[in-house]
Design a binder for this molecule. Structure first.
Ligand SMILES: [Zn+2]
Length: 150
């Protein structure tokens, strides 16, 4: 039988934007620059965009704080348990539910993030794993690596 799934057209205003990234402890300068960059990205979107994140420390928390301040609706996807199996499930959910995804990390001198082939010189983050999955689902993904020179 040749039955086709009905195509659901998304109405404007239902765009879900995921912001994920490093959970590393950030210095004051790194936090400041991270906040600036996330704000720049968020301000490009209409305020009826829904901002989703994983509720972890670092980028997740910073992004949702800024999003709420600007007036976005936010959704936090917390893992049921604090173990990889559930983080993985949560990260996949974010990849599935978002329409677009940004992953933010901090540049480092040594190669640290092995979620890429070849691995890259930035703080390792499961956000890059989520980005990889979202990319496979044809979502628009952007990786932003901040380098802070002091
Ligand atoms: Zn990475």
């Amino acid at each position: 039988m040749d039955s086709k799934e009905p195509i659901l057209l998304k109405s404007l205003g239902e765009l879900k934007l995921a912001i994920v990234g490093t959970t590393a402890n950030l210095t004051k300068d790194e936090q400041r620059v991270m906040k600036q960059e996330i704000t720049i990205v968020l301000k490009k979107y209409p305020t009826d965009t829904i901002i989703i994140s994983g509720g972890a420390k670092g980028v997740d928390t910073i992004a949702l704080e800024i999003a709420k301040d600007i007036g976005f609706k936010t959704l936090e996807y917390k893992p049921e348990k604090e173990i990889w199996e559930f983080y993985k499930k949560r990260n996949l959910q974010i990849a599935k539910d978002c329409d677009e995804l940004y992953c933010f990390s901090i540049g480092v001198k040594k190669i640290k993030c092995y979620h890429h082939n070849p691995p890259q010189k930035h703080e390792k983050t499961a956000g890059c794993w989520t980005l990889k999955k979202a990319k496979q689902m044809n979502k628009r993904c952007t990786l932003i690596i901040l380098t802070i020179t002091t």
